[in-house]
Design a binder for this molecule. Structure first.
Ligand SMILES: *Cc1c(COP(=O)(O)O)cnc(C)c1O
Length: 794
């Protein structure tokens, strides 16, 4: 939004909102729409952020603190208004202001578009990290792309996923400051020349990267960092001579091409689309960020060897891995350091977070494409590859292999630390993808188990439980989540147990009302059992829906049986080109249609699939959840962060020994977690068994019958692919884990029948989940990877 405040912000929030409405938006209160109120409120709150934001920057300069730069292709930030109001302690005033005017503060807040500049866990992690870095006073910038269109909007048509473009910028965006003066020229293509012993790259085309800043305020408003997003612009707005010649399309061609780079988020978080545009996006934001980092460094220091002492650059996955070659190029070609020095300094600054072991998700680019788009970088990568091979002649790790540049090994060799995101994942990295690199560089791989920010995922998403906790142990837990441990003895306190159950029940009623609006009649006394995440075979939504079908069949056999009434909730999007995942979505929706209208069972079992899962929907669903489904094929989920949000909000997990589930189970206690399924090792062994799926199906009549029903069209047609897959190759071992999943699910039902004992377990989940705060994760990065210190404004 461009409007500059034309007045001094009032001390009083009510006055400030009214001033912003009038002078910032030019609206009269009598005619203000909900959006006007939301924008006025946002601008008034933004005004409160500016002073601490400036003070944080001044402090960092004054103390010459080390700065952290978090480079991420994705920031799944969701709505920002409530986060800021909560962190500034303004929520009560906000609510009172709107109450006085007969307006619903919640509805005003919910008017903000959900900024979905990410696909899922990786992008949400970056958003939680930004908030934690501010809450801790770690001087940091987030760098990413200001996508015009974030993740697509999902709806269903006859059960099928339909994608529509997301248009979050169609309304004024209240939080950002456009920095017209911060603009860098980013080149592509062209040629490389040798001049007087120096190598120079002459790009054949270029676009401009313009900065847009969003301040990110931390808990209690003590510190604020910046999220700087880059938007692509043409060097020349349009071709006037073509325009004058009547060629209007041609005149605008260059502009359209340039803007394409920041037009859309790739709607796929696990497979490499192999698109030229994607590589351009990656280089675009990485190069702009490095220019910016070096400009800031140059303004304070004149000795490049100080870079690793003053600058930490974290690569969130390999998407910004071109940072290694780019930094080396700048230091060597443009700043005149020797190649070896340049490599050493770059490595001292860079660290890389790996997020996946799935082979299809490990990024690689063809040498041809890389050489065409980034000819100088390709030369540098070749030289790095040769140096590495020379240093380790008996080894086979190559950065370039079979005509492809492998971004994982490239990131590994240009970083001083490489981290996995859960204990299990970091260990598996050492044995699988980076086994050989780990032998060559022992100690480089470290673990930093993911976390989530308690401000958003507890304090603002779950006000009832938060109030109850604060009443019991004070509010210190919000900034120091491990204090939740003080709740442990209260698990034995009848009054607290009752109040806890009441808060959960009220959250369920809210969600039931919301889902009711979406057309599913829902009983708030049913057990709320939730699986929300991207739809992917490794996450195994199809295992859950198969079990749901089998349960429905047994309920139909014996509708008078002692069943636990259950509401199964699914949420999540599938990548548009991922047809198997889209079939899973359609199957879930078709099962819902059949089950929800079955007069024999509809009082026992319902299935809900609210469309367009995003951060805001997660904030509604998680506080109301009682069961958290974390059922990935062991060895495939790097960490998960959804699993942490649920445990923190008092849902019990049913899950495999995968990702951070392992650590959740250790911390909350095996008796408060429903474990099933094969371990990562057993998964590998099981795949070697010939006909494993078919064997599992023959041994389990429930599974056989559920598959039969699908095959026979009970839920409509077109699901042959799913049935054939889980009865045939079944790479993700749905059939082999089914029987144990059924067992654990029924144990879970049995536990639910004892409400007091269940609530006790839920309380212990909350009390023991403090370790999953992203504050703890960021402290770990600061100590083990960045060597950065927290600062505070004096
Ligand atoms: C937390 C979160 C995720 C990650 O969920 P996982 O279960 O860890 O895959 C994805 N999307 C949204 C909107 C989230 O809030």
């Amino acid at each position: 939004m461009q409007e500059a405040p034309v007045h001094l912000p009032s001390e009083n929030l009510s006055d400030a909102i009214l001033q912003q409405l009038k002078y910032g938006l030019g609206k009269d209160a009598a005619h203000a729409t909900r959006t006007d109120w939301r924008l006025a409120l946002s601008l008034a709150i933004r005004d409160r952020i500016v002073d601490p934001w400036f003070a944080s920057t001044r402090t960092t300069y004054a103390k010459q603190g080390k700065r952290v730069y978090y480079l991420s292709m994705e920031f799944l930030i969701g709505r920002l208004l409530e986060d800021a109001a909560v962190n500034l302690g303004l929520m009560d005033e906000v609510t009172a202001f709107f109450d006085e005017r007969g307006l619903d503060a919640k509805a005003v807040i919910a008017d903000e578009p959900d900024a979905a500049l990410g696909n899922g866990g990786l992008g949400r992690l970056a958003a939680c990290f930004l908030e934690s870095m501010s809450s801790l006073g770690c001087p940091a910038h987030g760098y990413g792309i200001r996508y015009e269109h974030g993740l697509f909007r999902q709806s269903f048509d006859d059960g099928r996923q339909v994608e529509a473009p997301e248009d979050w910028l169609s309304e004024p965006h209240a939080w950002e400051f456009e920095r017209a003066e911060v603009e860098y020229r980013i080149g592509f293509g062209g040629h490389v020349a040798e001049e007087n012993g120096q190598t120079r790259w002459y790009p054949g085309e270029a676009v401009l990267a313009r900065a847009y800043d969003t301040p990110v305020i931390g808990w209690k408003g003590a510190w604020a960092n910046t999220l700087r997003l880059w938007s692509a612009r043409p060097e020349q707005i349009f071709d006037l001579s073509r325009f004058n010649a009547g060629d209007y399309y041609g005149a605008a061609h260059q502009e359209a091409l340039a803007r394409t780079i920041s037009r859309v988020l790739y709607p796929d978080d696990t497979t490499d689309e192999g698109k030229r545009l994607r590589l351009k996006q990656e280089y675009f934001f990485t190069a702009a960020s490095l220019h910016d980092i070096l400009r800031r460094f140059d303004s304070e220091y004149d000795d490049l060897s100080l870079l690793p002492e003053k600058v930490a650059i974290q690569l969130n996955d390999t998407h910004p891995a071109i940072a290694g070659p780019e930094l080396i190029r700048i230091l060597h070609d443009e700043r005149g350091l020797s190649f070896e020095q340049a490599v050493e300094i770059a490595r001292g600054c860079l660290a890389y977070t790996n997020h996946t072991l799935l082979p299809e998700a490990l990024e690689r680019w063809s040498v041809g494409l890389m050489a065409h788009l980034l000819p100088r970088h390709m030369q540098i990568i070749e030289r790095m590859d040769a140096l590495h091979a020379e240093a380790h002649p008996d080894r086979h790790v190559r950065l370039i292999d079979h005509g492809d540049v492998h971004m994982g090994p490239l990131a590994f060799t240009t970083a001083h630390r490489v981290n996995g995101v859960s204990a299990l994942h970091s260990e598996l990295m050492k044995d699988t993808v980076f086994a050989e690199l780990n032998r060559l560089h022992p100690g480089r791989i470290v673990n930093q188990t993911n976390g989530v920010t308690p401000r958003r995922w507890m304090l603002s998403a779950n006000p009832r439980l938060s109030a109850l906790i604060t009443e019991a142990i004070g509010d210190g837990w919000v900034g120091d989540l491990e204090q939740l441990q003080q709740l442990e003895p209260l698990a034995e306190d009848a009054g607290f147990v009752e109040a806890f159950a009441k808060a959960k029940r009220a959250n369920k009623a809210d969600l039931a009302a919301y889902l009711g609006k979406e057309g599913t009649g829902v009983d708030p006394d049913a057990m709320f059992d939730v699986q929300i995440k991207r739809i992917h075979e490794y996450k195994r939504q199809h295992l859950n829906i198969l079990q749901t079908i089998a349960l429905w069949q047994e309920m139909k056999d014996d509708p008078k049986g002692d069943w636990v009434p259950t509401l199964k909730i699914f949420g999540g999007k599938a990548a548009p080109g991922y047809f198997f995942a889209k079939d899973i979505i359609r199957l879930i929706n078709k099962v819902a249609e059949v089950v929800n209208r079955d007069p024999d069972t509809r009082h026992l079992l319902r299935v809900a699939y609210p469309a367009n899962y995003n951060v805001s929907l997660a904030e509604r669903l998680i506080p109301a959840a009682e069961v958290s489904q974390q059922i990935s094929t062991a060895g495939k989920e790097a960490s998960g962060t959804g699993n942490m949000k649920f445990a923190l909000n008092g849902a019990l997990t049913i899950g495999t020994l995968d990702g951070a589930n392992v650590e959740i189970r250790e911390l909350v206690g095996a008796e408060n977690f429903f474990l099933f399924g094969m371990t990562a090792e057993e998964v590998v062994a099981r795949r070697q068994v010939e006909g494993h799926a078919w064997q599992a199906i023959s041994a389990d009549p429930r599974l056989a019958r559920a598959l039969e029903a699908i095959r026979h069209g009970t839920f409509g047609h077109g699901f042959g692919g799913i049935v054939d897959n889980v009865s045939g190759p079944d790479y993700f071992l749905v059939s082999s884990d089914f029987t144990d999943y059924w067992r654990a699910s029924r144990e879970l039902d049995a536990a639910y029948r004892d409400p007091k004992a269940w609530t006790r377990k839920a309380i212990l989940n909350v009390a023991r989940s403090g370790w999953f705060s992203s504050d703890r994760t960021i402290r770990g990065y600061m100590a083990d990877i960045w060597d950065a210190k927290a600062l505070s404004v004096d």
